[in-house]
Ligand binder design. Structure first.
Ligand code: RRO
Length: 311
């Protein structure tokens, strides 16, 4: 039995769901997610117009994860408005839109459309590391404050933020003030870690093509960074009613428990979904159940934030 949790007032079945970006761009991929055990369906970050994205090869898997520079390939927001309606016809999972944009006006236009759509939650991505000449907004709290001032109040749907990794606590504290000011409903932490490079020493080349091989690092490389960020969000936001979705290197049931202990309400999965396909949700849910049983816990939620300090 998957446990029922609440994220921004919505009932979700299970502690595990897909993260935006992996196998969630086309209708066929979203349909497969609808039939899977993902707790919510998070759609690919979308822009005003369809985009092909960066040249291939733009994603390469490694033992510890993967590196990618996809460059926002998506079908344009209007398609995802339509897909949300179709998804509601075939499953009862909450649907999450992920919004990207090159300027504030792009975000406003897309949030307006999703506010009138069938989606349940709107995740505002301020953290894509892969667009040349387009810095990650999440590292600029003043610009985020300005953007959110334009988005909050457009409609009634809860808004969340997809955040980059903060490698300095002071940066995270500044963003926490912005999140509190705008009463953001949930944070998703973390996006891939930008500005990374993986080199094949035999070929003497990078393993992806765009931007000389520079891209977002994903998978288990990221787990300690993601756990640190989730812990930080829990410490900074625990009295604010902001839900925390942890993402970065979730491969198995123990990883889920680690994120819960750090302070997550639920976790998202990207690299494992990319590598294993939608069957990963059933496997991880089963593993979570076993870990909780072994620990004598009735639910994962009772472990939220309960990391013990060493004495
Ligand atoms: O499409 C991408 O290159 C991409 C996005 Br929108 C994102 O949010 N994070 C990422 O690592 N890649």
């Amino acid at each position: 039995m998957k446990e029922k949790i609440k994220i921004a007032g919505l009932e979700v079945k299970g502690l595990v769901m897909n993260a935006s970006g992996a196998k969630d761009t086309t209708w066929e991929e979203l349909e497969a997610l609808a039939k899977s055990e993902t707790g919510m369906i998070v759609m690919k970050s979308c822009t005003p117009l369809p985009r092909k994205g960066n040249p291939e090869p733009r994603l390469a898997e490694t033992k510890m994860g993967m590196i990618q520079s996809m460059g926002w390939p998506n079908l344009g927001f209007e398609k995802y408005v339509e897909f949300a309606k179709r998804l509601k016809g075939i499953c009862d999972k909450p649907i999450v839109a992920s919004v990207a944009g090159f300027c504030d006006e792009d975000y406003v236009k897309i949030v307006e459309a999703f506010s009138k759509s069938e989606v349940d939650l709107i995740e505002i991505s301020v953290s894509c590391p892969n667009i040349e000449g387009h810095p990650q907004l999440g590292y600029d709290p003043e610009k985020c404050d300005e953007l959110l001032g334009k988005l909050v109040g457009i409609g009634e749907k809860p808004l969340g933020l997809k955040l980059p990794a903060y490698l300095d606590r002071a940066q995270q504290e500044k963003m926490a003030e912005v999140i509190k000011k705008h009463k953001i409903a949930f944070v998703t932490a973390i996006n891939s870690l930008g500005n990374c490079l993986i080199i094949d020493p035999e070929k003497e080349t990078p393993i992806i093509k765009p931007r000389g091989g520079m891209g977002g690092l994903c998978g288990s490389y990221l787990k300690p960074v993601a756990l640190g960020n989730v812990r930080g969000w829990w410490e900074l936001l625990k009295d604010e009613g902001v839900a925390i979705l942890g993402v970065g290197g979730v491969e198995n049931g123990n990883d889920v428990v680690e994120f819960l202990l750090a302070g997550a309400d639920a976790v998202q999965v990207a690299t494992t979904l990319e590598k294993e396909g939608v069957g990963c949700f059933e496997r991880i849910n089963g593993e979570v159940e076993k870990v909780l049983e072994r620990k004598g816990k009735k639910s994962g939620t009772e472990m939220k934030g309960k990391l013990k300090e060493l004495s």
